[in-house]
Design a protein around this ligand. Structure first.
Ligand code: GLU
Length: 476
């Protein structure tokens, strides 16, 4: 056992930043400038509900404005506090830099348990919070663009967008004030699945490199790999579903608030999700072993562990017992700085949060661009692309006709080839490219420097270098 005490979330992020920055040669003072959070705004506002005035506390923190707008989600949870929002805002800065989304870092939060309120009450609260932020330009298409995070989703983003539009009736770019909106309110196809999809693309890219797999003691493909997922919310659900359905991985464990499920043969992700939606938790799910203390599953034997819920779940109290050789941080900050040290020494490979869950902000970037360009992706090219493909198909058809039994087009080829890319296909392609390129930039540093022994440090080096270069370009 260790006698170290656990730092706060923000201190944990700072410790990881410091570890990386020591290996860099930044101009004097710049290190401190990048690390600190520029500003955190706290708002306390009242909303009249159920015949009484209720006071709510919310935050919007801006970590770095080296690029604007700044970007980051708004979280609704009872545990929201300034330290957490600042840690998350810092991670947004590094995340955006790493995946080359042209934003600074920000994050917001409201101390509230959304399950305790009716929909119309949540709307009043969200609109009031949005009003408080928008009037200070903490929601603004060119300065600060929120998005969903834990406890919020498309519905809240639609309210925020509408609230901003009401306050800025002549702003032609009003829709770009927030991302993660529903499709009919200016959203983009594929945003809901984006973070989970990004986790899948990240793992696929990792599994393309023998050397990287070997570092974790793994080999082969994702097919048949045993995966334990913590949190079957939007991120965990999509990641688990895609990995099981499209890559053949086996989801052997699912951890939720009320316990954990284990099935060595693999759980049916869709069935578990439906059970949770219907029953409010995993308790009673029939086709698995149930563990009241779900967190024990974090220590279970598996090939890949995906913490996709809260920060700090792998910490000094359990890191030593975590057996997974590969952890991919779908959540923000699930491994504390202390746990990171322990796991690294044990040889565990961690694909860090700022990369692993960057799919969300990447597709948010696409949505923001779509809103600013006022046109859906693919609208101009799709039919033209199909027409050109038709020419090839016609030629092949001619060949098919004269070749008789000796040659014919493969089944489905015609349909697949003819289909021009719509918005969803383009979004997925842009996301895949982003995840691949960002991974390559990290692994380059990981493998080329003797003083860099893990992906997290590599990720920090890549992103801090990018942030430093933007400051330099601004003459700072
Ligand atoms: N809340 C998400 C995150 O932590 C998404 C942020 C965004 O899309 O701006 O990355």
């Amino acid at each position: 056992m260790t006698s170290r005490t656990e730092p706060s979330f923000r201190e944990s992020v700072d410790l990881m930043f410091n570890r990386a920055v020591k290996l860099m040669d930044l101009p004097p003072g710049l290190e401190e400038k990048i690390r600190v959070c520029n500003a955190t705004y706290t708002v306390r506002f009242g909303v009249r509900l159920r015949g009484a005035m209720h006071t709510f506390t919310g935050y919007r923190s801006v970590h770095s404005e080296h690029m604007e707008p700044v970007k980051g989600g708004i979280r609704y949870a009872t545990g929201v506090n300034q330290d957490e929002v600042e840690a998350l805002a810092a991670l947004m800065t590094y995340k955006c830099a790493l995946v080359e989304a042209p934003f600074g870092g920000s994050k917001g939060g409201l101390c509230i348990d959304p399950r305790e309120y009716e929909e119309h009450e949540l709307e009043l609260i969200t609109r009031r919070f949005a009003y408080e932020l928008a009037k200070r330009d903490l929601i603004n298409p060119s300065q600060n663009v929120p998005a969903p995070d834990m406890g919020t989703g498309e519905r809240e983003m639609a309210w925020i967008a509408d609230q901003y539009a009401r306050m800025n009736t002549t702003d032609i770019n009003a829709k770009a004030c927030v991302t993660g909106k529903p499709l009919n309110a200016g959203g983009i196809s594929g945003r809901v699945e984006a973070t989970g999809r990004g986790v899948q693309y990240a793992l696929r890219e990792f599994f393309r490199y023998e050397e990287d797999k070997a570092a974790a003691g793994l080999s082969g493909t994702l097919d048949g790999k045993r995966i334990i997922v913590q949190g079957l919310g939007n991120v965990g659900y999509h990641a688990a579903k895609f990995l099981a359905e499209e890559d053949g991985s086996r989801i052997t464990g699912i951890i939720e608030r009320d316990g954990g499920l284990f099935n060595a043969d693999g759980l049916d992700v869709e069935a578990v999700r439906n059970w949770i939606v219907k029953n409010g938790g995993v308790t009673g799910y029939p086709d698995a072993q149930y563990l009241e203390d779900g967190s024990k599953l974090l220590e279970e034997d598996c090939d890949i562990l995906i913490p996709a819920a809260l920060e700090g779940v792998i910490n000094l109290s359990n890191a030593e017992r975590v057996k997974a050789p590969l952890i991919i941080e779908a959540a923000n900050g699930p491994v504390t700085a202390g746990a990171d040290d322990i796991l690294r020494k044990k040889g565990c490979v961690i694909i860090p949060d700022m990369y692993a869950n960057a799919g969300g902000v990447t597709v948010s970037y696409f949505e923001w661009v779509k809103n600013l360009s006022h046109i859906r992706f693919g609208r101009m090219q799709r039919r033209q692309e199909e027409a050109r493909h038709q020419l090839v198909i016609d030629e092949l058809q001619r060949l098919d006709d004269v070749m008789g039994d000796t040659w014919s087009m493969s089944p489905n080829f015609k349909d697949k080839y003819l289909k021009g890319a719509g918005e969803l296909e383009l979004v997925r392609s842009g996301l895949d490219d982003t995840m691949r390129v960002a991974y390559q930039s990290m692994r380059e540093v990981w493998h080329s420097r003797d003083d860099v022994t893990d992906l997290r440090t590599a990720a920090y080096l890549v992103s801090i270098d990018k942030v430093a270069k933007s400051y330099h370009a601004k003459g700072l």
